[in-house]
Design a protein around this ligand. Structure first.
Ligand code: ZN
Length: 172
């Protein structure tokens, strides 16, 4: 497994804005990508990562919502689709490995029903709420070139990108 470079909004916005393509088959090559993505996410550390965040425009997501004292619980999503969303929405403070050190509330449906293929390529359908619902919607946005800061006001978004750029310059 290899830790890959995570693309960030300061330098890689054009790639992050790409719409990812559906995966044709869940094979060993794809599992290698998912293994790398998981390793990259754990290394960051983060709780979710979409393939486009490592520069691969495929509809693939990895996630692990286990708490610190719980054993790792990796989840893999290939070609995820939202089948239903609750009318009720709620705010949740979100962050993103591609927008480092920026956190803000995003309003989203509090419950969703989704379907996807797992690591083995099996079709799964399930309900998600709380952090899982927030995270899957955030990650699925990435597959469509949407970042969580795109849900904020223009002023907040521009301020966030400027802050990430400034931090990247300071690091260089
Ligand atoms: Zn993100």
């Amino acid at each position: 497994m290899t830790v890959r470079r995570i693309l960030t909004v300061d330098a890689d916005l054009a790639v992050l804005k790409k719409v990812s393509a559906p995966v044709e088959s869940v094979d060993d090559d794809l599992r290698r990508l998912m293994d790398d993505m998981l390793e990259t996410m754990y290394d960051a550390p983060g709780i979710g990562l979409a393939a486009i965040q490592v520069g691969v425009a495929k509809r693939v997501i990895v996630m692990d919502l286990a708490k610190k004292d719980e054993p790792p619980a990796p989840r893999y999503f290939v070609n995820p689709e939202i089948l239903w969303t609750s009318e009720e929405t709620g705010p949740w403070e979100e962050g993103c490995l591609s927008v480092p050190d920026i956190y803000d509330d995003v309003e989203r449906p509090i419950q969703v029903r989704l379907k996807y293929l797992n690591y083995q390529g099996e079709a799964i359908e399930e309900d998600a709420d709380e952090l899982y619902a927030v995270c899957i919607q955030h990650e699925m946005d990435h597959l469509n070139g949407v970042l969580f800061i795109d849900h904020l006001s223009r002023l907040k978004r521009e301020r966030a990108v400027a802050k990430v750029k400034k931090a990247a310059r300071a690091d260089a």
